[in-house]
Design a protein around this ligand. Structure first.
Ligand code: 7PM
Length: 299
């Protein structure tokens, strides 16, 4: 008998499926962790580019050992407040890292980019996913992503990274994110030949949202399940934690783990985080409760 308190209909297990990510098949029948790998230019090292590459590889290797299923490689340009980077510069930064992660670690790599040129290269480089915080709104991005053959994460945001946190405004945050934005981007993708089985959605925590907007989006995250697509969330170390708890960025992990547990209960399929080991434990513990035990080690 299903009680009103039974949240099982919101679990990822009910839409158990596998996502084709290039040569990898990603099992999303339980919640997975995506580790964030920042690729910053190595301007302060006198060891040259290979030192940064080596650091990136070791960091990724550790995250994989800790249970990350995906490594998200970001070329900085999609970060809020970041200055725009030219497509060539972004490609020069991201390509060697993606290639190395694929060659050395056979990792499932997601490329955090809004740039059509990078999207066109991504598949060739061996990446398995495109993560676009602009939901393929850049000119040429729909076509480039469709041509890549890779799955794409469509993230909601309000405004542009340079100004989006100045005055975020919504009448009804949840409806505007889900029905007014994500549903339309999904339709635009389908019209461009990107089938639904290649799409993921993300409410975009912190991207043009006040603390109250973020909290509300998490509390009512079940609403995103109406689109019946895999749900990715990124809350790791974000200012919503800092503002609620009064913590600097290096002290936000406990708050982040609480958000992770709530997101898993509300159907998150992929958790994009910096602290992989701790998050894997939080995810597995939450999942064990939702499953009332079941198969032990998930990752
Ligand atoms: C400042 C604020 C610096 C936020 C960096 C960030 C997401 C993402 C990012 C997310 C998806 C960060 C973010 N956040 N991609 N890229 N979802 N899909 O914490 O929430 O790295 S950048």
């Amino acid at each position: 008998m299903k009680s009103l308190l039974d949240t099982s209909s919101t679990q990822a297990a009910e839409n158990a499926f596998q996502l084709r990510c290039g040569r990898h098949l990603l099992d999303l029948s339980f919640p997975r962790v995506m580790g964030v790998l920042n690729v910053t230019p190595d301007s302060f090292s006198d060891g040259g580019q290979h030192v940064a590459l080596d650091d990136a590889l070791r960091h990724a290797e550790r995250m994989l050992a800790e249970g990350a299923a995906i490594i998200d490689v970001g070329g900085e340009s999609t970060r809020p407040g970041a200055l725009p980077v030219s497509p060539q510069e972004e490609l020069d930064r991201v390509a060697p890292v993606v290639e190395a992660l694929v060659r050395e670690l056979d990792a499932l790599v997601s490329v955090d980019t809004s740039c059509p040129a990078v999207m066109r290269e991504a598949g060739e480089l061996g990446a398995g996913m495109i993560n676009d915080v602009r939901a393929l709104e850049r000119e040429g991005a729909l076509l480039a992503a469709a041509g890549s053959g890779l799955p794409v994460c469509l993230m909601h945001r309000q405004g542009e990274p340079q100004n989006m946190q100045q005055a975020p405004s919504y009448q009804q945050p949840v409806e505007e994110v889900v029905a007014d934005y994500l549903a339309r981007r999904v339709a635009a993708c389908e019209a461009a030949g990107l089938r639904r089985n290649r799409l993921l959605i993300d409410p975009g925590f912190g991207f043009g949202k006040s603390v109250e907007h973020n909290l509300r989006l998490l509390k009512y995250m079940q609403s995103l399940q109406t689109l019946a697509l895999p749900l990715l969330v990124g809350m790791s170390r974000k200012s919503m934690i800092g503002k609620v708890l009064g913590r600097p960025v290096e002290e936000r992990l406990p708050g982040g783990l609480a958000l992770t547990a709530m997101a898993v209960e509300r159907g998150a399929n992929i958790l994009r985080v910096h602290d992989v080991a701790a998050t894997v434990d939080a995810v597995n513990m939450t999942w064990a409760v939702l499953q009332e035990g079941g198969e032990p080690p998930l990752h």
